[in-house]
Ligand binder design. Structure first.
Ligand SMILES: *Cc1c(COP(=O)(O)O)cnc(C)c1O
Length: 383
């Protein structure tokens, strides 16, 4: 089935109210925190307590798993909670190889929280396969990738990294938040675990926080990791609310149309910025000049709705451009229908390495011509 059709219909597979005499076309929200037992003590439908499982969450998990070609989805209250559960499923003494170019929250988690638990992390540039090979040790249990990466849009060759990791007996996780299952399906490229901050493109309307882990079918045969992540979800309880699951299921049918339009918009904006005299660099994998362009083209359908660029100058110049935009909203996050602009260095820790002159754009669903006109007038504030 075409992924565009799957996105519309997958959420209805596990329709919670299927036995009701009325058949709503949009699924019902099951807000109940607890479920009544039958006289014999059994639970109709298998639901016991909403923290353990809920019909809206079950429908969401199977939908995202199907979009990614995985065997199981495990939903969380945020993308960060999903990453926490994966790392909590590792053991003291295990080694994690993580990308240098990575969402700073995940990097902080590895450094500030899991280091003291005895999890050792090495950060390596994932676009340098020699360094990836050299950084793997006999204790390496997990290789984390994020492609395109936040906020500099570095590209990781998922097939190559998966084969290097597997040869060393390690598993590979891909943070596919920016790629989305519409543009990039890491499991098909050999990855074992896919992570999403569903707060971003899957939610798509900047009105919820959520996360999800999808396990590859091969992982479920003989790996305790999926079971352990599921246990972290159920016992740890960082679960999404039924309403947030319902909102996500409401958003997913338009995901293919949204990300394809956002990708087209980002490509147009990147082309405009590349030719602008006040712009020093544009980071967008759709540009042939991008160092990861060929690899991105081989593993993505389109290049996504995110880009970043560096203005000629430093922090003050970047801040001034952001201050002069009228259509772009100055806010963090991404993947919503409205375009956002953000000066990343000022929200990341001082050692993050993100250039002070860098602005990150999340392209929404406005007409690209209007977005370009807005950036043009904002860039005109520079001398
Ligand atoms: C936002 C983001 C996260 C964290 O997700 P939250 O839902 O904000 O906790 C992780 N990875 C990437 C690439 C992100 O953009």
């Amino acid at each position: 089935m075409n992924i565009q059709t799957l996105a519309v219909h997958a959420g209805h597979q596990a329709e919670p109210a299927a036995e009701e005499p009325i058949h709503p076309v949009a699924p019902a929200i099951v807000l109940s925190s607890t479920f009544q037992r039958n006289a014999d003590g059994s639970y109709p439908g298998g639901y016991l307590y909403s923290q353990i499982n809920n019909p809206n969450r079950a429908a969401l998990e199977s939908t995202i798993a199907r979009l990614e070609g995985g065997s199981e989805g495990i939903a969380f209250a945020s993308g960060s909670a999903a990453m926490m559960a994966v790392l909590q499923s590792l053991r003291p003494g295990d080694h994690v190889l993580a990308p240098l170019a990575m969402y700073y929250g995940s990097r902080t988690m590895l450094g500030a929280i899991f280091q003291q638990w005895g999890l050792h992390t090495t950060f390596a540039p994932m676009d340098d396969l020699e360094q990836v090979r050299a950084a793997i040790t006999p204790a390496t249990r997990l290789v984390i990738t994020e492609t395109p990466s936040n906020p500099t849009l570095r590209i990781t060759d998922l097939r190559q990294v998966a084969s290097i990791a597997h040869a060393a007996g390690a598993l590979v996780l891909c943070d596919n938040t920016w790629g989305t299952p519409i543009l990039q399906r890491p499991i098909e490229l050999g990855v074992d675990l896919v992570l999403h901050s569903t707060t971003k493109y899957l939610g798509g309307h900047s009105d919820l926080t959520g996360g999800c882990i999808v396990a590859a079918p091969k992982l479920n045969e003989g790996s305790r990791l999926t079971e352990s992540i599921r246990q972290c979800q159920v016992v740890g309880g960082a679960v999404p609310s039924p309403f947030d699951c319902w909102l996500l299921l409401r958003s997913i049918p338009t995901l293919p149309l949204r990300v394809r339009a956002q990708s087209a918009g980002a490509a147009a904006v990147a082309g405009f910025l590349q030719d602008h005299p006040a712009v020093e660099a544009v980071h967008y994998p759709g540009l042939p000049s991008h160092p990861g362009h060929q690899i991105a083209a081989s593993q993505m359908e389109l290049f996504g709705g995110m880009l970043s660029f560096q203005v000629a100058g430093h922090r003050a110049e970047a801040m001034a451009v952001a201050a002069h935009t009228k259509l772009f909203t100055r806010a963090t996050s991404l993947g919503g229908v409205e375009s956002l602009i953000e000066h990343r260095a000022s929200v990341e820790p001082p050692n993050s390495g993100t250039p002070e002159s860098l602005l990150r754009l999340s392209i929404g669903l406005e007409h690209p011509d209007d977005l370009i006109a807005d950036l043009e007038q904002a860039l005109a504030c520079l001398p």
